[in-house]
Design a protein around this ligand. Sequence first.
Ligand code: FES
Length: 116
Amino acid sequence: MTTDEWRLIGTVEDIPRSGARRIRIGEVDVGVFRTANDDVFALEDVCPHLGGPLSEGIVHGNEVTCPLHNMVIDLATGLSVEPTPKCVRSCLVRLEGEKVYLSKPDLRDLISQPIR
Ligand code: FES
């Protein structure tokens, strides 16, 4: 991807470790999650169950638990961890030192992976 295809959104330190930060891109809220290992993932901030704010959930390992009804979402894939998974749209994330970039177009039904 060229530099035109990435959007700088801040630094890793802007995101609480084992937590998340919500940002607005156009009309869409995006949750940017930082794991205990400082991997960063970005998902649309809408739970695929009933729309809960995933950025207010609990980050554990590479997963987040929705604060409303405890659906667990894999941050790397955007898929819920259940027999019939539901999907959250995601952004690719690229880290350059401390800088965090999200891919454009912003959200897609793809696997997102941290790139170092
Ligand atoms: S809205 Fe997320 S589990 Fe129900």
